[in-house]
Design a protein around this ligand. Structure first.
Ligand code: ADP
Ligand code: MG
Length: 154
């Protein structure tokens, strides 16, 4: 896939189905370290959760990775690290919520993936990558990944 940690410029991929999107996510996952946060943006159905599923699999999660429904996020055990999957779609404003709402989901021992990150972005430390998915019609999707190799200096 030619995606390298030495490449801070945005990289763009096109996929033909969920399996390819998961594979693309697995490539990114190879570059992630505990403490990293990955923001995942795009319209409903663009494939955000599919992307997170692929990354989580690659990081050793064996449990089914599904959209968080009752809480703002799900927590999983990966291979030697924790994985969090947050979906902040219904979060109107983080200021109105408990200040440490995110604390259970981010930390130096886990990688966190955040769908609909806008409300929380200013509160999230350790953002290592920004992923944007876009519909191209049918099963095609465009995936842009901005990876910040130096974001881990914290
Ligand atoms: P989101 O979290 O952005 O709302 P989901 O990942 O939950 O999106 O859903 C994406 C839907 O689109 C799934 O039903 C998936 O099977 C389908 N799909 C079709 N083609 C692709 C693709 N290339 N990448 C990701 N998902 C795809
Ligand atoms: Mg989703």
């Amino acid at each position: 896939m030619g995606f390298s940690s030495a490449t801070p410029a945005p990289r763009t991929f096109e996929t033909d189905g969920p399996a390819q999107t998961e594979a693309c996510a697995a490539e990114l996952a190879r570059l992630l370290e505990p403490g990293d946060v990955v923001l995942v943006s795009g319209e409903l159905g663009a494939g955000k959760t599919t992307f997170v599923r692929g990354a989580a699999r690659a990081l050793g999660v064996t449990a089914p990775v599904t959209s968080p429904t009752f809480a703002i996020g799900n927590r999983y055990d990966g291979a030697g690290l924790g994985i969090s999957h947050l979906d902040l779609y219904r979060l109107a404003s983080l200021d109105a919520e408990e200040p440490d709402l995110l604390a259970d989901y981010v930390g130096s021992d886990r990688v966190a993936f955040v769908e609909w990150p806008a409300q929380a972005e200013s509160r999230l430390e350790g953002v290592r990558a920004r992923v944007t998915l876009e519909h191209l019609g049918g099963d095609r999707r465009r995936i842009e990944i901005v990876f910040e190799p130096d974001a881990g200096a914290r």
